[in-house]
Write a protein that binds this ligand. Structure first.
Ligand SMILES: [Zn+2]
Length: 480
């Protein structure tokens, strides 16, 4: 299977800048993510950023920081595979929230040119221990055709030749992969696939509206975000017919060209797609995903508040204290485009859609489709670091075993990124990214939230240090 990242890049990513004090975690229960059986009474030794010893009778010499792991559980560091954290005002508070929540790796899914230019500096400061933060892989700017949905995060282009040129430009400017979006035409998409593969860049993102999920999976797009396009592909109607029927309803409403009618149009489209769902077609789509190794990043933790907002409870989440006033303002329904103009029908259909999407997750998981945990922070009422744990809970509520849920955030991302030799499991020789828990996550997945300590790049952060980080973020949020 094609790997997501190139080898040259991996060497940079795992580089450790300076020697770390030796740490030994004693008498801990190890969940190494290789075996499904936890091993109790283990000692794990970390030296110079790496795991150098694991066993029941490894010797711990003097001058070593010894951590008592009695009654605790050790898992690999977690990845959030869908975030938007690269922004000058976001990076530092978000990074602290990630580390405080055991998220030691992130995949950034699109940012501005200016923010992307900070990436090199952020990475080296994190590797050197000057800045607290996770490993970062990043798309840079998104490819979404001539009139992108999010202009500030996108690099515009028209036609195949320009699409190819922008792929080459993104490669030169340091993009780790190419993120595609809804507005790319079929011809442009195929040009992007071809150019990216020549440059060794993988493709991830939305499935463009002109393509089916079969097309994108067969073209080699390695990750699909937000379950987008799947219901449309699984409809017994073709995409044009769905669009025509939705348009006809909107037209009869008397304001067909009004942008405020977009939520109503979405509601119509959703209603048609749900009513014409063909489960046989979807079963063969899942088989295609399995055959091609296409990963799904459903971002349920961001879909839930957006779909169930009117049920209440989301706007009074205690974790809002970590979110800057600016972001809180952006989250408010009256400032969110889709929510601002939502109609009663939109609210009903959104909820039905969410329940259907949970059903898709269960069916795909059963069919053997691979998943990667991602949150889409900072989408409305989604919290950097914290929401990844909600995402894992949602997987367990929808048919995953706790072990399988943990795979989506540990060994799954490592394999997907082609980094399984250095990350993703707890093994001798691997980079020391680990989370020490106060409860067994295989018994109850919500125990991933009970973090006793985090080790990233061999650096040990105790609960006290993590709490200090959280209160710094709280202070920052209050003043921004
Ligand atoms: Zn996103």
């Amino acid at each position: 299977m094609k790997s997501f990242l190139t080898i040259a890049f991996l060497i940079i990513l795992v580089a450790v800048a300076r020697p770390q004090p030796v740490v030994a975690i004693r008498n801990v229960t190890l969940i190494d993510m290789i075996s499904t059986a936890p091993r109790s009474g283990m000692t794990v030794i970390v030296d110079d950023g790496r795991i150098v010893g694991i066993g029941r009778s490894v010797k711990v010499s003097g001058g070593v920081t010894v951590i008592d792991g009695t009654g605790k559980f050790l898992i690999p560091g977690l990845w959030d595979m869908h975030v938007h954290a690269l922004a000058p005002e976001r990076a530092e508070p978000f990074f602290k929230l990630f580390i405080a929540n055991g998220i030691t790796g992130i995949r950034d899914m699109g940012t501005t040119a200016d923010a992307f230019a900070m990436l090199g500096r952020l990475r080296s400061e994190i590797a050197a221990g000057k800045l607290v933060g996770p490993r970062i892989i990043a798309a840079g700017r998104i490819m979404d055709g001539a009139r992108p949905t999010v202009p500030r995060n996108s690099i515009p282009f028209t036609g195949e030749a320009q699409a190819r040129r922008q792929v080459r430009f993104l490669k030169r400017s340091g993009a780790d992969f190419i993120k595609v979006y809804d507005g790319v035409s079929r011809a442009e998409y195929l040009a992007i696939v071809d150019e990216a593969s020549k440059l060794g860049l993988a493709l991830a993102g939305h499935v463009p509206s002109e393509l089916t999920s079969f097309d994108a999976s067969d073209a080699g797009q390695l990750s699909f975000e937000h379950l987008g396009n799947i219901l449309r592909t699984c409809s017994s109607l073709d995409a044009n017919t769905i669009e025509e029927r939705a348009n006809a309803v909107i037209k009869s409403s008397g304001k067909p060209n009004d942008f405020t009618a977009i939520p109503a149009r979405i509601a119509e489209r959703t209603k048609i797609e749900l009513a014409t769902f063909d489960s046989n077609k979807c079963e063969s789509l899942y088989a295609e995903f399995v055959k091609n190794g296409t990963r799904q990043v459903p971002t349920l933790s961001t879909k839930r508040p957006l779909s169930l907002l009117d049920d209440g409870g989301f706007t009074s989440d205690p974790r809002m204290k970590y979110i800057s006033a600016t972001d809180v303002e952006n989250w408010k329904p009256e400032n969110n485009f889709f929510l601002k103009f939502r109609t009663p029908e939109f609210i009903v259909q959104k909820k039905k859609l969410y329940l259907k999407e949970l059903e898709l997750v269960r069916a795909m998981h059963k069919a053997g489709v691979m998943f990667l945990a991602g949150t889409d922070v900072p989408g409305a009422y989604t919290y950097p670091g914290f929401s990844l744990h909600d995402e894992l809970e949602l997987y367990v509520q929808n048919g995953f075993t706790p072990f399988e849920a943990l795979q989506t955030a540990t060994v799954g991302p490592a394999k997907f990124l082609g980094m399984e030799k250095t990350l993703g499991t707890i093994e001798k020789g691997k980079v020391a990214d680990m989370v020490l828990l106060d409860g067994d996550p295989l018994r109850d997945i919500s125990n991933t939230k009970r973090i006793a300590a985090v080790i990233t790049n061999g650096r040990y952060y105790s609960r006290t240090t993590l709490d200090q980080m959280l209160s710094l973020v709280e202070d920052y949020a209050r003043s921004h």
